[in-house]
Ligand binder design. Structure first.
Ligand code: ADP
Length: 458
């Protein structure tokens, strides 16, 4: 296929389209995946922040007795980690609040307590260094803040009251966004490296798939090419003979009547051959294009008997015995096209006569087998070599080309027979041994009895 420029171009275009479509799908999927992960991480980060801030707020607030007083309430909730402003920090973790402390420490959260004026009262963890009071106490939603080093933090500020409802100040809980950004950074890299790698695989797969997709079309194209070349070749021989015969007549000023008749006979023979060929080609193309109507009840027994009668003279002339094995009282009826079935069997019998030497026997047998009718045409003729058997039903294929040309064969007889069998949902099988003979068996499926009766009545 790659040697044919038109097919190669189409294959490249098809592979490009496959790869482009797949690439686009992958890109959209990759972007969607990235956005989903980023969204998920962001939501989970905010949720955790809100939960921790809420837990600390709800635990601390009921215990706050005095405005501006941090100790001992905050130390009770965050023992061992809190740094009270202007005092040294505690470091030992103890007591029943270990769980909250552990969570705050593990995930690198920081906590700040500030009074209403923004004055820092106490801190927990690594508190970022950004401008004091640059918070928005009006919102209780997490906000993003950037410290003096340009590091982003997510922070939530909650209002605190004393247990007698006096405004106490604020608790601010936050964490750095570095970890979140690192996760997304890694994901971006994985996608950026992964997508091109997958694209290379997609491209290779597309190239292979385009070959698979185009293979039937290419086979069809080769068959048509072969068929056209064969048809042209078949037409050329009689045309050349006719042309040279005409040239001979034109070059001969005094042609006797005997010579004229002889040359005209040559032209007639070649003309018949051409007509035969064109007729066969037309029939084949019709069989290819339109389905045969299969409503006619046809008796295969009648067709077989007629054929035996018709070919017996030819068989006698060729010194052959033509036998029929047709069980009595069975019409072997199927639904089909009588004319075409007649043609099919005539082709098989004509071939058998043609390829069986003097003294041979040709037997036409009809029998039933499960849901089929079998019509066998067996001869004791020259047979067909095994290597040729798989091509025998191909158009213009001839094993004994010299002999066939001599007898006017076109190489289309078996192709037509097989096309008619297929149009009847049947098939022709061949068993043959060189120099022992050939058996062509036509398998035709039996119609349901009801269908035959219906068609008899119409
Ligand atoms: P043709 O018009 O040449 O007979 P067919 O399609 O009928 O074309 O047959 C194709 C070829 O198959 C023949 O040329 C011949 O070589 C071979 N063939 C067909 N029938 C027989 C047979 N009964 N015995 C041996 N060879 C056969």
């Amino acid at each position: 296929m790659n040697r044919n420029p038109a097919f190669l171009r189409t294959r490249q275009r098809l592979a490009g389209l496959y790869a482009g479509t797949m690439g686009l799908i992958l890109l959209v999927f990759g972007l969607g995946f990235y956005r989903a992960i980023a969204h998920d991480q962001w939501q989970s980060l905010n949720r955790k922040l809100v939960t921790i801030a809420g837990t600390l707020h709800d635990g601390i607030e009921p215990a706050l007795a005095e405005v501006g007083q941090v100790e001992p309430v905050v130390e009770h909730f965050l023992p061992g980690v809190v740094c009270v402003a202007d005092k040294s920090c505690e470091t030992a973790i103890a007591g029943e609040q270990r769980h909250i402390v552990g969570m705050v420490q593990q995930e690198n959260y920081y906590v700040r307590f500030i009074d209403q004026t923004g004055k820092l009262l106490a801190t927990v963890g690594q508190v970022p260094d950004y401008e004091q009071n640059a918070y928005s106490p009006s919102s209780e939603q997490p906000q993003t803040r950037i410290d003096t080093d340009g590091i982003a933090y997510r922070e939530i500020t909650l209002f605190l009251k004393t247990n007698d409802q006096q405004p106490w100040g604020y608790i601010q809980v936050g964490r750095s966004l570095t970890e979140y950004e690192t996760v997304l950074h890694h994901l971006r890299w994985q996608l950026m490296l992964g997508l091109p790698t997958v694209m290379v695989l997609v491209l290779a797969a597309s190239w292979w798939l385009s070959n698979l997709a185009m293979a039937p079309a290419y086979r069809g194209y080769l068959q048509i090419q072969q068929f056209t070349a064969d048809a042209a070749h078949e037409l050329r021989t009689p045309l050349t003979v006719i042309r040279s015969t005409i040239d001979f007549i034109l070059g001969e000023p005094q042609l006797t009547e005997v010579d004229s008749r002889q040359t005209l006979k040559i032209i007639e023979r070649q003309n018949n051959r051409l007509a035969h060929l064109v007729q066969d080609l037309l029939l084949l193309s019709r069989l290819d294009l339109e389905p045969i109507p299969l409503q006619q009840p046809c008796s295969l027994a009648t067709i077989a008997t007629d054929l035996i009668e018709e070919f017996s003279a030819m068989a006698i002339a060729a010194h052959l015995t033509l036998l029929a094995e047709i069980p009595p009282n069975d019409p072997f009826e199927i639904l089909g096209n009588e004319e075409q079935l007649y043609r099919l069997l005539a082709n098989l019998i004509a071939n058998a006569i043609q390829y069986t030497p003097v003294g041979g026997i040709i037997t036409l047998t009809l029998r039933r087998q499960s849901r089929e009718i079998l019509v066998e045409v067996a001869d004791t003729g020259v047979g067909i070599p095994l290597a040729d058997q798989k091509y025998i039903f191909d158009r213009f294929y001839r094993v004994h080309a010299d002999r066939a040309i001599h007898t006017g064969g076109t190489g289309l007889g078996l192709a037509i027979a097989q096309a008619i069998a297929r149009a009847h949902q049947g098939n022709i099988h061949l068993i043959s041994r060189p120099n022992q003979g050939s058996t062509f068996t036509l398998h035709l499926p039996l119609p349901r009895r009801k269908t035959i009766l219906e068609n008899h009545n119409t």
